[in-house]
Design a protein around this ligand. Sequence first.
Ligand code: PBG
Length: 314
Amino acid sequence: MRSTAALRRLVSETTLRPRQLILPMFVAEGADQPRPIASMPGVVQHTRDSLRKAAVEAVGAGVGGLMLFGIPAHRDATGSGGIDENGILNVALRDLRSELGDSTVLMADTCLDEFTDHGHCGVLDDSGAVDNDATLELYAEMAVAQAEAGAHLVGPSGMMDGQVGVIRRALDEAGHTGTGILAYSAKYASAFYGPFREAVDSQLKGDRKTYQQDPGNAREALREIELDVEEGADAIMIKPALSYLDILRQAADASPVPVAAYNISGEYAMVEAAAANGWLERERTILEVLISIRRAGADMILTYWATEAAAWLD
Ligand code: PBG
């Protein structure tokens, strides 16, 4: 059944289509030209203008959606730039919504870490620990601001307990009943986020082990998913993807809502570095990575290769 391309095509089990790919994008406040991210060759911090162009290109290539991250010029202890309607992320959401309307699915990172001067995903208490419940109130405001700026889906990625429920209530109370929640349900405290920290100029010292999951644990991922679905998640996410394909498979088998996986910065950087050295065939490797994530059960994949891969698959 493998002897010809036609036979292999006939019995192939897993599809990979552009509409299943979501492009994460970075936009930097005050940038007058796109800034390369050294650890993620080919990925940049966009200006408002270059963001718009790259978004149009991605949608033209057929990608299923865009996930936006903002890099503010100034940070503070509570991450107020993430909530401010004139903050870079909300401004960029407005730009893209007016450019693209409903022709794509616009998503935003609903998390404070890009906007806090300490780099944590939440606000800190007097002892310097992340204060879960105080953070929830800010997430609620942030989600409403993103919905008002044009996000179709908000993406709470801070792993605070109760974040999905609080955001759902706040959106409904503000009249945004149609804005959905893509919940980062099972997010691990991973070393593979390294390049992303450069991508967003992260101020973090230390780690996120008090709120992100322990890489050795599987059971709690299923518990996190269950809680998020009960609280109103419209789709859930597993992150990272490649070292967690077993978690992804279990999530896909158990989840009543669509499942996303985030093919994160470190996974991107490893392949790009090896390909640049001539150690891996770049295109084949990328497509194998993406098909593996689909095979493990992801309905959609966030990947920095989304536009390029969509063009190959077209
Ligand atoms: C948190 C956030 C992170 C990523 C997406 N959202 C970083 C973290 O939790 O440290 C990582 C994405 C990637 O590595 O590609 N707002």
